[in-house]
Ligand binder design. Structure first.
Ligand SMILES: NC(=O)c1ccc[n+]([C@@H]2O[C@H](COP(=O)([O-])OP(=O)(O)OC[C@H]3O[C@@H](n4cnc5c(N)ncnc54)[C@H](O)[C@@H]3O)[C@@H](O)[C@H]2O)c1
Length: 283
């Protein structure tokens, strides 16, 4: 299946990054959001990202203009009609995503593949909102999209082989490395990463070592580029807690219980970098 035109729904942090890498790979992009302001902000974020690439000599000014020229923006769902592949990257809310997917299926070609970048919603459940769930797939990018190499390609129970294969091929075309994952809470990376962070909070709470020592331990002893508590501050402690709560509920397994200290820090409003304090201070 030839893919040339990508429709992206949601022009936030993730949607703008996905638009940038698709256009950089020579694909035509239509970026759709309900907010004109979000679309303008996305274009300006993409432009600044490309300016850095020009400065470092990765691309020239003419190439930058070509990339920007391949991105169209719209607030209309109908603008996605000619897309071969649609990536939904709107706000993480189940009912909103189900509504968007239904609206999208109603306007796109019957051959188009529809993907979601959701971090936590079941791909099988989202697929059930479509008339043709076999053409629906999870395509989970990592933040910041232009920098992180991985894409998890998630198969819902009714995703077809050809949908999954085409999604892997697209991921490679836009410079990413795909891994194939069966639908399950947290997929692969967050299933491993977030419980590790949660365990680091237990270690801190149990008074085994200071935050600095725990992070130094994992950097020097396990070769991690960043310690788990510094990473929690980067992700946001509220996000880490939400993910653990989803695991705890969906697997119904006490091994996923959130660390009480994590919950207490969220209750206190110390959410990490975004609030200026978490396991470390950022002021
Ligand atoms: N931020 C991350 O680190 C990360 C990583 C991987 C996956 N994700 C997932 O990507 C998705 C987007 O996350 P984000 O961080 O970019 O969020 P964001 O809040 O930055 O952007 C969401 C955008 O969706 C738009 N939107 C809301 N309703 C819409 C609609 N009906 N039609 C079109 N656009 C609509 C909003 O206006 C906003 O611009 C979520 O599903 C999230 O779970 C996020």
């Amino acid at each position: 299946m030839h893919i040339q035109h990508i429709g992206i729904i949601g022009a936030g942090q993730m949607g703008s990054g996905i638009a940038q890498i698709c256009a950089s790979a020579g694909l035509d992009v239509t970026l759709r959001d309900v907010s004109d302001e979000a679309l303008q902000r996305a274009l300006s974020v993409i432009s600044s990202g490309l300016d850095r690439a020009v400065k470092s000599g990765k691309i020239n000014a003419e190439q930058k203009a070509g990339i920007i020229g391949r991105i169209r923006t719209s607030t209309e769902i109908g603008a996605l009609a000619s897309s071969d592949f649609i990536i939904e990257a709107a706000t993480e809310q189940l009912e909103l995503k189900q509504r968007i997917l239904k609206e999208t299926e109603a306007v796109v070609k019957s051959s188009a593949i529809i993907a979601s970048n959701t971090s936590s919603v079941s791909i099988t459940k989202l697929g059930a909102s479509l008339t043709s769930p076999e053409r629906f797939v999870g395509m989970h990018f990592f933040n910041p999209v232009p920098v992180m190499s991985l894409v998890e390609v998630i198969r819902g129970i009714r995703t077809s082989d050809s949908t999954s294969d085409t999604t892997r091929m697209l991921a490679e075309k836009i410079g990413k490395t795909p891994i194939s994952v069966r639908n399950s809470p947290g997929f692969v990376v967050n299933r491993i990463l977030v419980p590790m962070i949660n365990e680091a909070v237990f270690v801190l709470q149990d008074g085994l070592a200071t935050a600095e020592e725990i992070d130094a331990g994992m950097k020097l002893g396990a070769n991690h580029p960043i310690g788990p508590l510094a990473l929690a501050d980067l992700i946001g402690l509220d996000t880490c807690l939400t993910v653990m709560e989803v695991f705890y509920r969906d697997f119904n397994d006490p091994k996923y219980r959130p660390a009480p200290l994590l919950r207490e820090m969220v209750d206190a409003g110390t959410l990490g970098r975004k609030t200026g304090s978490g396991f470390y201070q950022y002021v």
